[in-house]
Design a protein. Structure first.
Length: 393
């Protein structure tokens, strides 16, 4: 019989070669194409990071202008897609809508689904990055019963998204530049993270030759889970459940109790056994946003600040190297900005789209690419004869 390496959870299996993102979990280091995430978050902006991830180098001014022009040209979604939204119940989770609508893009944009054509691949890439904020904002507007807000191409990527989410026809909406910068940072810090579960899902789905829209829909589905992108929503729900600062010790005790399945959401990471470098930047951003908007009247945010402090002082968490992760702080920022928790994971999905599509592009362009086909260690019955129904039991 064949002998296979058994590695449940893929803790020690490399599934591909990749030149996009480097993580050293012990050192708390994250590099995109060699550039540290801290430098990018401070000096760059989301669309520039998109260019870097996709094409491997920081763009020149002319390349940046051209790329931004191509993205803004594609921010609208096909008008007929709006009808697709209205097929969902109003109380649908926006992630459910996104899985459906993004998958359906293959039916609306089938002139960019032939993956053997480099031009079509490029158009699909631009379409996905350009339309994802519009789709996420529409999913939100639909679930709250407000009219869709069309994109405005004179605004930057983050401001445009905030406006599509928060503007209503009856009132003027001014995007606060501090909030736009914080939004842009959330996009940048979630842009790529090498072979995590959703990225591996996108790679596996595309290894069969499926079209990019279907593959990104698969990535969105995987991201939804609470151990992955769904952690930001789960974290805020946990903070609300804790409810007041005096109940924090009770929840910390539960997280430490091995007989209780409860975990502190937004804490811990498979790869980072040191502070997540994205969390360091996100924490600064959270502090800025909270200072701007104030937390005095928001008990959830007060609980978040105090929980962070108490967990970081507790030996259980420090010894197991469980630090707040990126989802802990992004949830706090999004809550302060006024997003409902159900929008947290869609925002992660729209940010991660560029990572998924960069990894997809790298894989498709690799001549060594073959279909992903893991094997198993079989533990079932050995061969046995079929038993007629009257002779069973
Ligand atoms: N609260 C309490 N204990 C924890 C936590 C936590 N959040 N995370 C891990 N532990 C403990 C766990 O019980 C285990 O203890 P022991 O060794 O005594 O059995 C030890 O730490 C190692 O945990 P693990 O489950 O073996 O580690 P993993 O690498 O399989 O899991 C994780 C990583 C992120 C799934 C996990 O830390 C977790 O469930 N965290 C909460 C969910 C979360 O915030 N996820 C977002 C991850 S970052 C962004 C993303 O991927 O989308």
């Amino acid at each position: 019989a064949d002998v296979f390496t058994y590695d449940p959870g893929f803790t020690s299996t490399a599934s591909c070669d990749s030149a996009i993102t480097y993580i050293d979990g012990e050192a708390g280091l994250l590099l995109h194409r060699g550039y540290p995430i801290g430098d990018l978050a401070e000096k760059s902006h989301f669309l520039e990071v998109c260019y870097l991830l996709l094409y491997g180098e920081l763009p020149t001014a002319a390349q940046m202008e051209d790329f931004e022009g191509r993205i803004t040209k594609h921010t609208m979604v096909h008008e007929q897609m709006l009808k697709f939204f209205s097929g969902f119940r109003r109380d649908a989770h926006p992630m459910a809508i996104m899985v459906g609508v993004v998958g359906a893009m293959s039916a609306f944009y089938h002139d960019s689904t032939d993956i053997s054509d480099p031009w079509q691949r490029e158009v699909a890439t631009i379409r996905l990055i350009a339309k994802m904020p519009t789709i996420a904002a529409m999913a939100y507007k639909y679930t709250i019963g407000q009219p869709f807000v069309y994109p405005r191409n004179d605004l930057d990527y983050a401001s445009n998204f905030l406006r599509m989410c928060f503007s209503v026809p009856a009132e003027e909406y001014e995007v606060n530049p501090i909030l736009a910068r914080a939004m842009d940072r959330i996009f940048m810090l979630h842009a790529d993270h090498e072979q995590n579960a959703s990225t591996s899902t996108v790679r596996l789905a595309s290894s069969s030759g499926a079209n990019p829209f279907a593959c990104i829909a698969a990535g969105i589905a995987c991201l939804w889970g609470p151990a992955h992108g769904g952690a930001n929503q789960a974290c805020l729900e946990m903070l609300r459940e804790i409810g007041s600062v005096d109940r924090i010790p009770e929840f910390i005790a539960r997280a430490k109790d091995k007989n209780d399945p409860f975990r502190l959401m937004g804490f811990g990471h498979r790869v980072y056994k040191n502070f997540d470098p994205r969390a360091t930047v996100m924490k600064q951003s959270a502090d800025e946003v909270l200072e701007l908007l104030g937390i005095e009247n928001n008990p959830t945010l007060q609980v978040a600040k105090e929980l962070e402090k108490q967990a970081l002082e507790d030996p259980y968490f420090t010894e197991k190297k469980l630090f707040p992760n990126v989802d802990f702080y992004s949830g706090i920022i999004l809550e302060a900005m006024g997003f409902p928790t159900s929008m947290f994971t869609p925002i992660f999905a729209l940010s991660r789209t560029v990572g998924w599509i960069s990894q997809w592009k790298e894989m498709i362009e690799d001549p060594a690419m073959k279909i992903g086909r893991p094997r198993q260690l079989y533990t079932g019955a050995t061969e046995r004869p079929y038993v007629d129904i009257e002779n069973r039991g």
